[in-house]
Design a protein around this ligand. Structure first.
Ligand code: NAD
Length: 374
């Protein structure tokens, strides 16, 4: 059990189910809609289907969101939203689009650019007026139920999370059918991102009994379903379970924040081009072994409840599954060399999240951990 004195806050309404998207018209509270998505979801017609389901006449589309969204792209979408006096924003996509939609929905009624608030900017956001609805199309980030957005500043070559009380979406609408088009490699990497959320929330120094319960329930679900979802894209049950696991893990880490895995993922994405899911999961087995030292009795409880005989049995099973779904577990697979470790460690140690990892974490310890999986 985590801390017994805690605060639980999750103000987002959850709507979950196949074809949940069709009920959008009953949820919208506005007249002028912006649907944000990415090129794939626009070109395959998903964005237009969602627009139709809202039954709103005034709709504009912004479909230029790239993975690890840049501040420049966010500002471009803000200009479109302001020009059209948008009062409802739908973020339809993976974490990249949902994160971008959070900032855009706030900036409609806040002056200036994302740079005034994020990165080098120090202005404080005023309350969001537009309605914000997030609809995930990957089963991974849980962004639809967090108050976090992660943006890339191309000028400083950095990727950082930003939290705001106005980033909690009003509604998280999860329609597992939207994930059926995910190709195996994105199903695999995003699914393991959800696993990282669940387990990082569990071992986090900020964990609490509710986040623990949520995490334990979905860690097993992901282990039992991810291979099926990857190998059988149309397996309805596996897809449903992965979508449910992703949003549940999202609620869990929305309370605790993530830890070392995510801190290290930022330089692995920015400097080595790894997708978010790979940048996280690549260090997962090593962090499971590391967290054991700092959280022994809690990790003992976890692997026992899940039916494993030891932490090595558990970490080994995670590694086996990752290998079977074609995910790397060695840093050399994404071209990290020993000479790169110093930089990765330096950047990771600057992320406040690193300090939520259990046990002693410092430059030397992290360097050793990363060196062990080169
Ligand atoms: P993504 O949104 O970057 O999308 C990855 C790729 O998947 C894109 O090419 C996209 O077109 C494609 N895609 C999305 N849905 C699809 C579908 N249904 N069918 C086929 N292709 C589809 O990927 P992601 O992993 O969901 O999001 C990663 C981003 O989310 C990162 O920037 C990460 O830092 C952030 N993140 C945010 C939070 C949070 O709480 N805000 C949590 C974790 C991660």
């Amino acid at each position: 059990m985590g801390n017994t004195s805690f605060n639980y806050f999750m103000p987002t309404q959850l709507v979950f189910g196949d074809d949940a998207t069709l009920g959008l018209d009953g949820l919208i509270k506005g007249k002028s809609l912006l649907i944000m998505s990415d090129p794939f979801l626009y070109n395959n017609g998903t964005a237009q289907e969602v627009a139709e389901a809202t039954k709103i006449d005034s709709v504009v589309f912004f479909h230029e969101i790239e993975p690890n969204p840049s501040c420049q792209t966010v500002d471009k979408a803000v200009a479109l939203a302001r020009e059209n006096k948008v009062d409802v924003v739908i973020g339809l996509g993976g974490g990249s689009t949902m994160d971008a939609s959070k900032m855009v929905s706030c900036l409609i009624d806040n002056e200036g650019s994302i740079f005034d608030y994020y990165s080098t900017g120090n202005k404080t956001l005023l309350p969001r007026k537009a309605q914000l609805i997030c609809i995930p199309t990957t089963a991974g980030t849980g962004s639809e139920v967090t108050n976090i957005g992660v943006y890339t500043n191309k000028e400083t070559h950095t990727k950082m999370p930003f939290a705001s009380e106005y980033f909690w979406p009003d509604i998280a609408l999860i329609d597992p059918k939207l994930t059926y088009t995910l190709p195996p490699h994105i199903t695999a990497s995003t699914g393991m991102d959800a696993f990282c959320h669940a387990i990082e929330a569990y071992w986090s120094v900020n964990s609490n009994p509710i986040s623990d319960a949520l995490s334990i329930s979905v860690i097993k679900k992901i282990l039992d379903n991810i291979e099926m979802a990857v190998n059988e894209p149309g397996n309805v049950e596996a897809r449903n379970n992965m979508s449910f696991a992703s949003v549940t893990a999202g609620i869990s880490f929305s309370q605790t924040k993530t830890t070392g895995i995510h801190a290290v993922s930022f330089p692995l994405t920015v400097d080595f081009g790894a997708s978010h899911g790979i940048a996280c999961s690549i260090t997962l087995p090593a962090f499971i072994r590391f967290a054991y030292a700092g959280r022994k009795s809690k990790m003992d409880y976890l692997f026992t409840v899940l039916g494993f005989s030891s932490i090595e049995d558990f970490a080994g099973r995670v590694e086996d599954i990752m290998t079977r779904i074609d995910l790397p577990t060695r840093l050399s697979a994404i071209n990290v060399k020993e000479s790169d470790l110093e930089h990765i460690v330096e950047v990771s140690m600057k992320a406040p999240l690193i300090h939520f990892t259990p046990g002693t974490m410092n430059q030397e310890v992290l360097h050793k951990l990363l060196k062990s999986i080169l």
